[in-house]
Design a protein around this ligand. Structure first.
Ligand code: LMR
Length: 394
């Protein structure tokens, strides 16, 4: 039965992760998968998470099933966290999911169940797993222009021109902040234009917000999402606690639907529960238990926000250091885009040949297309990376 299955390596991110782990060199540099590391190259558990885990260990009363929605209190807190204060707050319902990929799939399954002919529009480029997740749910996927390869910033004119062609039956997948893989975000004006176009032409916006707090701050990073939530009648959202709570392996995410009434939202979530029952059934509890304790406790929330700010400041500092080093060594502003990007990633556009050289000659691992995880860099590695890039370019 299985003899025809060819050997597979996984997508470009997963394959690189394995390759890096198998590289025996000690001086290697992992700038691949999106994971935050401190200046020692470690991904420590956040202090707020440690505290919450201790409490959870002592107080968790049972390991009995939580039900298809997952941890209900967690869903309410997450919904408040993302939509609180917006006009959508009373018309939304939330499903606790296994990570953001689980949320993406839950939303994809919902779209496929309610509008099987829908086309999901993703940015070009987009997160490597967006297209596979949508397609495995049976949906058609097409892309809209996003990044200007010259400036490495968003070409909003081209983007909005394409979005203006979308209508009923189209779902527009947007990155809430810290665009993956480019790091280039759209302006608030572009979010406004998208809201206007959605209201005029009837396409459904879908915001994937997996890096909230790692750009300009928790509130600032949600501005685009909040603008849509205040203005459009229906909205889909997927979110993650992997990066901003550092809960990667705990697979803690949420899928939200905003509809025209609370009852409709609950009916929609009930359908999502039925669809989840046919796949993973119920999400893992631990990560949500931790997030819940943090968001319910003022002191833990303050501690978490402070740690998140420090993480973000480290990445911003690395971006400035890279720009400075590149300016000095190339006598040009060619790499200034590093400081214009937000979040963990920057898409350099380095070609396959250059990426191979960086890997083979310098042990530097960068995802296909040239996505660098700036959050994986140590301060003292900045000159080494810059030198290696210059040498491979010439
Ligand atoms: C990434 O883009 O590197 C992360 O979102 C990790 C993943 O699951 O792909």
């Amino acid at each position: 039965m299985f003899e025809t299955i060819p050997a597979k390596k996984g997508d470009s991110i997963v394959a690189l992760m394995t390759e890096f782990a198998n590289d025996p060199r000690t001086e290697k540099m992992d700038l691949g998968i999106g994971i935050y590391r401190n200046n020692l190259g470690e991904t420590p558990i956040m202090k707020a998470v440690m505290e919450a885990q201790k409490i959870l260990l002592e107080t968790e009363p049972t390991k009995a099933y939580q039900g298809l929605v997952g941890d209900v209190e967690y869903t309410e807190l997450m919904q408040h966290f993302l939509l609180g204060g917006t006009k959508a707050a009373d018309r939304a319902a939330t499903l606790h999911t296994p990570g953001a990929s689980g949320a993406l799939r839950a939303v994809a399954d919902l779209i496929a169940a309610t509008q099987p002919d829908a086309t999901v529009w993703i940015s070009n480029p987009s997160y490597v797993n967006h297209q596979p997740i949508m397609e495995r749910a049976g949906l058609k996927v097409r892309s809209y222009p996003y990044l200007n390869p010259e400036t490495k910033l968003v070409d909003e004119t081209a983007m909005l021109a394409k979005i203006a062609e979308l209508g009923k039956g189209d779902v527009l997948l947007l990155h809430g902040c810290c665009h993956n893989p480019s790091g280039a975000d759209i302006t608030l004006d572009a979010w406004q234009s998208i809201a206007d176009l959605a209201n005029k032409n009837g396409f459904l916006p879908f915001v994937d917000i997996a890096y909230q707090g790692l750009g300009d701050g928790l509130d600032e990073d949600a501005q685009g999402l909040h603008l849509l939530a205040n203005q459009v009648p229906e909205l889909l959202i997927s979110t993650s606690c992997s990066k901003n709570f550092g809960l990667y392996r705990e697979r803690t995410g949420a899928a939200m639907v905003v509809t025209s009434s609370r009852q409709q939202a609950l009916n929609t979530r009930a359908l999502m529960c039925e669809l989840a029952r046919g796949s993973y059934s119920m999400p893992p509890a631990h990560g949500a238990g931790v997030v819940k304790l943090i968001l319910q406790d003022d002191a833990l929330t303050t501690l978490w926000k402070q740690e998140l700010k420090e993480m973000t400041a480290r990445v911003t500092g690395l971006r400035s250091a890279l720009v400075e080093e590149f300016q000095q060594k190339t006598q040009s502003n060619q790499f200034d885009y590093f400081a214009k990007h937000k979040g963990m990633f920057t898409l350099t556009g380095f070609d396959d040949e250059m990426l191979e050289k960086l890997k083979a000659d310098f042990g530097i691992y960068i995802v296909k297309g040239g996505r660098i995880n700036v959050a994986g860099l140590k301060e003292h590695e900045v000159p080494k990376l810059v030198d290696a890039v210059i040498r491979c370019q010439s």
